[in-house]
Design a protein around this ligand. Structure first.
Ligand code: UGA
Length: 432
């Protein structure tokens, strides 16, 4: 099939490349000329394991193309995927759909034959209806179908998540588009992926409800971890004990810092805003947002307590600053709250992240980037393990810092408390 992916951000690029790898002809379009030029040279703007190799392979085999010519790309394709950003509106909480509607208008202007227009971007309930209205102004309804096919990829695991999805959700209000979408996904369905067809609005809501539920699960265990700390209980035991109940499941029960990233914070806010529009109170999700927003301050207060409230001139190391491992994404990472707050109190901060320097901290006083774990820890008073990169999972602390002991605050519960304490370190973790 001939596919056009509009927007080469995370969703558009990963799914475009994966569709090409399944044997489709895919053209990825973006208005950013520089990005398209560098993609054509095999330079990938994001850190995602395995992505570069897959782009180069499919580009060389000519199944994958990059272009800035939106009109021609639309005309040449049968299926058009809208993959542009839907960030939180400035000064508000709802999703900013301006890019989606702009693209819908462009598609309408270039519609030369029957096409399926698919939203892969995360869009609120009834966005498909709005896109349909835009297209209907110029075209008869039998010239197009509007489909919702939300993406459930995780950053850092995106290619595996695409190839082995838990489910493929397709929402459309007609049979013809469903048949073609089913054909498109046939190679994954034949390998066991579940394909479910729903109404378009249902598919839109499945995406938000899934992200909001996962955010709730994490927030739930984070609050239980707070209780564990006060009662001498190990939260890991609670996660295992709860997770073995098949109705609950063990995934997303890892306590840690506030959840972040480009999706959970934005999507939880947006679903509240949609519910407000339809006069429904999603009180559980509202308290999840509040609890998660408080979490960075809660962990900051713990840092102050660990350091006896003497923060000035304390040397603090952050191991990992991205919102999770295997990504260079800094969006809504809790380090963006913690590092500036500690700097304001006079701490001297060094950070090491496997994805390197972060411009987000370049203007913050007394924050420097280190090139290695060793360099970042040298002379440190407190080492905070913020992100669960494999690089931090078997550090030989004894060989660092010339034998000088420092305090460790392991926010990802990577190490076993008794073992580390036996080596003479003051060690703190989450919920244990
Ligand atoms: C999330 C969803 O997991 C994907 O299914 C979805 O497609 C994506 O959003 C999206 O809407 O595009 P992602 O943001 O890449 O994916 O990251 P996750 O792996 O879900 O992690 C999100 C946050 O939760 C991170 O801050 C992570 O550290 C935290 N987390 C996750 C925990 O604190 N504990 C856990 O047990 C799991």
């Amino acid at each position: 099939m001939k596919l056009c992916m509009i927007g080469t951000g995370y969703v558009g690029l990963v799914s475009g490349v994966c569709f090409a790898d399944l044997g489709n002809e895919v053209i990825c379009v973006d208005q950013n000329l520089k990005k398209i030029e560098s993609l054509s040279k095999g330079h990938i703007p994001i850190y995602e394991p395995g992505l570069t190799e897959l782009v180069v392979k499919n580009y060389n085999s000519k199944r994958l193309k990059f272009s800035t010519n939106l009109k021609k790309s639309i005309k040449d394709s049968d299926l058009i995927f809208i993959c542009v950003g839907t960030p939180t509106k400035k000064g508000g909480s709802s999703a900013d759909l301006s890019q989606v509607f702009k693209v819908a208008k462009e598609i309408s202007l270039s519609l030369n034959k029957y096409k399926i227009i698919v939203t892969k971007s995360t869009v609120p309930v009834s966005t498909g209806d709005e896109i349909e209205k835009i297209l209907s102004k110029r075209h008869n309804k039998n010239k197009f179908s509007i489909v919702s096919n939300p993406e459930f990829l995780r950053e850092g695991e995106a290619i595996r998540d695409f190839i082995y999805p838990d489910r493929i959700v397709v929402g459309s209000n007609d049979k013809k588009s469903n048949r073609q979408m089913n054909n498109l996904y046939a190679p994954l369905i034949s390998k066991g992926a579940q394909y479910i067809h729903t109404s378009r609005r249902s598919a839109e809501l499945i995406k938000y409800a899934s992200n909001a539920f996962l955010a709730t699960k994490i927030t739930f265990i984070n609050e239980i971890a707070n209780l564990c700390e006060k009662t001498g209980i190990n939260v890991e035991d609670i996660s295992i004990g709860m997770g073995l109940d098949k109705r609950i499941g063990s995934r997303f029960l890892r306590a840690g810092p506030a959840y972040g990233g480009s999706c959970f914070p934005k999507d939880t806010k947006a679903i509240i805003s949609t519910a407000d529009k339809f006069k429904t109170n999603l009180s559980v999700i509202k308290s999840v947002i509040k609890s998660n927003e408080n979490r960075s301050n809660l962990l900051l207060n713990k840092i102050y307590k660990i350091l006896n409230n003497k923060i000035r001139n304390k040397k603090i190391t952050f191991l990992g600053v991205t919102f999770k491992a295997n990504t260079d994404d800094m969006r809504d990472s809790s380090s963006l709250i913690m590092i500036p707050a500690l700097s304001k109190k006079g701490a001297k901060i060094r950070y090491f992240d496997p994805t390197g320097f972060k411009r987000e901290f370049s203007k913050i006083r007394n924050v420097t980037n280190s090139k290695s774990i060793k360099e970042s820890i040298s002379g440190s008073d407190l080492v905070i393990i913020h992100t669960e990169w494999n690089d931090f999972k078997s550090i030989n602390f004894k060989n660092l810092n010339k034998g000088k002991k420092f305090i460790i605050y392991d926010m990802r519960n990577i190490y076993t408390p008794a073992k580390i304490r036996k080596q003479g370190y003051r060690y703190f973790s989450i919920g244990r």
